[in-house]
Write a protein that binds this ligand. Structure first.
Ligand code: NAP
Ligand code: HSE
Length: 430
């Protein structure tokens, strides 16, 4: 059987999973590729670290040039994280005539145009299924299988680490302990701040929004917040009201542009997104022909992510990636679609929680602030104070209202003498 020689750069959580699949299941990959995917070289920084897989003698090196300049390696899984030296290595691999497979969404969200233009100019391909939603084949589905549709909306839980932490908090665990556990299990980024502040989900949303809508978004301009500022009390209130809090990445096609954001939001318990727990991801996509579709699976972790990388290696080895890569024209001027809309125009239901003194007229003052902005209240929750005149949590659920009007109402509430905290504002996505 013919051989395609493969290189790996970065044998960490994902890279060691890829090596295990190539080495332990070569028969499986050969059956699907019609050729053997032969692991020729794997580059790391530190040769002394344990790799969790049995690499044959001579495969491991601490010199990336041994992969980049290897005359027989045709395709490389580029599995180091971060921006540099990852960007330089990626460009050097393409210039050395290699096709590349990567899981590095930060690199694509930041330098996608340069990397994809370079690959096109050189007649090479870049495959990146593992960069979004780990083991879920969302890139292939949006980029190819749904191409008869105008996608109208995309709502996703795209960060496994945040979802794992939220699930642990729901079960009563401490936030810091949950972050440490996500790191130990290999879900988190090298800098876990990118997971919990919404940056990782915004980078993935920028990639999906490009595929689905042709939008060329700078991920930094996607309005976002993460779960790092979330208060446990809101997780508990949401639960009582029949909701779960999830870090949602959203791109909705509106007549005023693409409404994009990443924020913690309330979703109904029992709904598909509401039931996504642990390191799992879920993506709800609506197309004008196909209607709603829901994708679900493990969004982070060694083997789910390696599954996506190896499928890309097979597609690249048999030549499928080259065809889709050429025809999709990713990040090219031809694929420039809808522009990002102004976030203040976003409308939707909100959960507002504020700590107030328990005096006569306080509830009336708070509800008046909403009424003055033309916002209708859907429900109110207030727990009895433990002592007379004490401080109570007041939760208001609104009917759909604009971001600008909700911000104005919250600013008025914050100035009320009885108000003890800045109002907490979360989207409600039923
Ligand atoms: P990781 O465990 O930190 O592994 C990174 C690997 O890159 C390590 O083996 C490291 O070598 C190597 N490396 C770093 N700098 C290098 C350099 N200058 N030269 C040679 N090797 C270098 O990271 P990971 O979790 O596998 O993630 C890899 C990529 O996949 C990231 O872009 C991440 O965002 C993405 N991703 C991860 C997951 C996940 O669940 N972990 C899921 C989807 C996507 P040493 O081991 O010697 O330090
Ligand atoms: N750190 C990422 C996450 C890995 O937790 O979702 C998958 O991209």
């Amino acid at each position: 059987m013919e051989k395609t020689k493969v290189g790996i750069i970065g044998v960490g959580t994902v890279g060691s999973g890829v090596a295990r699949l190539l080495l332990d299941h070569g028969d499986r990959t050969a059956r699907h590729a019609g050729r053997v995917l032969w692991l020729e070289k794997a580059a790391v920084r530190d040769l002394k670290k344990a790799r969790g897989c049995d690499l044959p003698a001579g495969v491991l090196t601490d010199d990336v040039d041994e992969v980049i300049n290897h005359p027989e390696i045709e395709v490389v899984a580029m599995l180091m994280g971060g921006l540099e030296p990852a960007r330089t290595v990626m460009l050097r691999l393409l210039k050395a005539g290699k096709d590349v497979v990567t899981a590095n969404k930060a690199l694509l969200a930041e330098h996608g145009p340069e990397i994809f233009d370079t690959a096109r100019e050189l007649g090479r391909s870049v495959a990146f299924e593992a960069s979004v939603a780990g083991g879920i084949p969302i890139i292939a589905n949006i980029g190819q299988c749904l191409s008869a549709n105008q996608i109208t909306s995309l709502h996703g839980i795209l960060n496994g680490t945040s979802n794992f932490i939220l699930t642990k908090m729901q079960e009563g665990d401490d936030y810091a302990a949950a972050v440490a556990e996500a790191q130990r299990l290999g879900y988190a980024e090298a800098d876990p701040a990118m997971d919990v502040d919404g940056s990782d989900a915004a980078q993935k949303l920028a990639i999906l929004a490009h595929l689905a809508f042709g939008a060329r978004l700078d991920w930094r301009n996607i309005p976002r917040s993460g779960i790092d500022k979330l208060d446990l009390i809101d997780v508990q209130y949401a639960e009582e009201m029949g909701y779960r809090i999830k870090l949602l990445a959203i791109a909705d096609l509106k007549d005023w542009g693409l409404d994009c954001e990443v924020n913690p939001a309330l979703v109904r318990a029992g709904s598909p997104l509401g039931e996504v727990s642990g390191p799992f991801n879920g993506v709800l996509v609506k197309g004008d022909a196909v209607g709603p579709l829901f994708f679900y699976g493990q969004g982070a972790g060694q083997m789910p992510t390696a599954s996506a990388v190896v499928a890309d290696l097979i597609d690249t080895a048999v030549g499928r990636t080259a065809i889709t890569f050429r025809s999709l024209g990713l990040w090219s001027e031809e694929l420039r679609g809808v522009e990002q809309g102004e976030f203040a125009k976003s409308t939707g239901k909100r959960y507002i929680r504020v700590m107030v003194e328990d005096h006569p007229g306080v509830l009336a003052d708070v509800t008046k602030a909403f009424g003055d902005e033309g916002i209708s209240i859907a429900s109110v929750l207030q727990k009895e104070a433990t002592e007379p005149g004490g401080v109570v949590g007041l939760v208001i659920m609104t009917h759909p209202a604009s971001e600008a009007a909700t911000d104005n109402a919250c600013a008025k509430i914050a100035k009320l003498p009885a108000c003890r905290t800045e109002p907490v504002k979360l989207w409600v996505r039923d």
